[in-house]
Design a protein around this ligand. Structure first.
Ligand SMILES: NC(=O)c1ccc[n+]([C@@H]2O[C@H](COP(=O)([O-])OP(=O)(O)OC[C@H]3O[C@@H](n4cnc5c(N)ncnc54)[C@H](OP(=O)(O)O)[C@@H]3O)[C@@H](O)[C@H]2O)c1
Length: 316
């Protein structure tokens, strides 16, 4: 981890040398989506320097205005956006190849600036058989200087990554995925490809084991509580299980994209950036327990033609 200057937020370095803050605040879910302007301001004021939006969240304009009006230099706030189907739903029609460049320009004009990172929201964004030429349109826009953003992907399965990597002039710098301990076993083939090529994982839904699993954490619950208690005692700061899980994400070298529309919780999320690391033993313990369970909160992309391996307990 290194840092970016504005308030020394911790960063990871991407394949193309740019530094991405390790904790992102997204406005694609819950109250954060409904109140993108107000919550975005709270997030930036609280010290978060990474905002994750998408065409499909219908709030790129609000995101751009919030960042531009924040009083911060644009260089100090990382903004990711995504080319999406209407409303972000993969069941809506794809973007035809001939419209790929117009879609990129739409994001730039709505934001009012080039995003730091532009993602293909999911592999179904391109028409069948057109994913590779779609990626090449982004590469061509980079070469012509029309697009200065880093480029990456989201919800890409092994077959999607392999197809792009076979021809890529610019490898995707990230794959943004539902990532937490309960999807590790399923994701392993994706993570192996990414490790081989230096592609960083961005975790969305990182708090899913605690918030969306019916037991509120299952066997991870007491482990995260114990870790939160240890860090609270050692630092004198209030640390909860959600913070412990985000620290695990960071320890795995994964950017956590979380969300909140609640001021107190946004401040807590911002504070996670400055909490100390988990021990190696804690990281391993969470992983060992998590790998035995499969629980996916967002099932609209990764389950298609990418089966869960046998022997993992599938839970709801
Ligand atoms: N690429 C994709 O396909 C994709 C898919 C889904 C999401 N995303 C991105 O990832 C972002 C985050 O996704 P997510 O909402 O699933 O992330 P998450 O981190 O798993 O969950 C965020 C939720 O946690 C709650 N929360 C925050 N801090 C908390 C705490 N300390 N204790 C308890 N609850 C807490 C928030 O609710 P309150 O608002 O009530 O605080 C918020 O709704 C999205 O906004 C979006 O930008 C991308």
């Amino acid at each position: 981890m290194t840092t970016i200057p504005s308030n020394n937020v911790p960063t990871f370095t991407l394949l193309d040398g740019k530094r991405i803050p390790v904790l992102g605040w997204g406005n694609g879910t819950g109250d954060a989506r409904k109140t993108a302007t107000e919550s975005g301001k709270i997030a930036l004021d609280a010290g978060i320097r990474h905002v994750d939006t998408a065409q499909g969240y219908n709030n790129e304009k609000e995101t751009g205005e919030t960042v531009s009006n924040s009083g911060l230099s644009k260089g100090d706030v990382w903004v990711t956006s995504k080319l999406s189907q209407k409303d972000g739903s993969p069941s809506n029609p794809p973007i035809p190849l001939a419209s790929a460049r117009a879609a990129v320009n739409l994001t730039i004009s709505r934001l009012g600036f080039q995003p730091d990172l532009l993602l293909i929201h999911n592999p179904f964004l391109a028409e069948a058989g057109q994913l590779v030429p779609f990626w090449q349109e982004l590469e061509a826009m980079k070469d012509s200087g029309e697009l200065t953003s880093s480029i990456g992907v989201s919800n890409f399965r092994p077959q999607d990554l392999k197809a792009i990597l076979e021809v890529a002039k610019y490898k995707p710098v990230v794959n943004q995925l539902e990532y937490h301990p309960f999807v590790l076993t399923h994701l392993q083939p994706v993570l192996d490809i990414q490790a081989e090529h230096g592609i960083i994982t961005e975790a969305y839904g990182p708090l899913s084991p605690l918030l969306r699993h019916s037991t509120g954490g299952g066997p991870l619950k007491p482990i995260l509580q114990r870790i939160a208690h240890r860090i609270s005692s050692e630092t004198g700061r209030e640390v909860d299980s959600a913070a412990a899980l985000l620290l695990w994400t960071r320890a795995k070298g994964v950017v956590a994209v979380t969300a909140s529309g609640n001021e107190e919780r946004i401040k807590k999320l911002a504070a996670v950036q400055y909490l100390p690391d988990l021990t190696k033993e804690e990281v391993a313990e969470i992983e060992e327990v998590g790998r035995k369970i499969h629980f996916r909160a967002y099932d609209e992309h990764m389950n298609i033609d990418f089966p869960v391996p046998e022997g993992v307990e599938i839970q709801q």
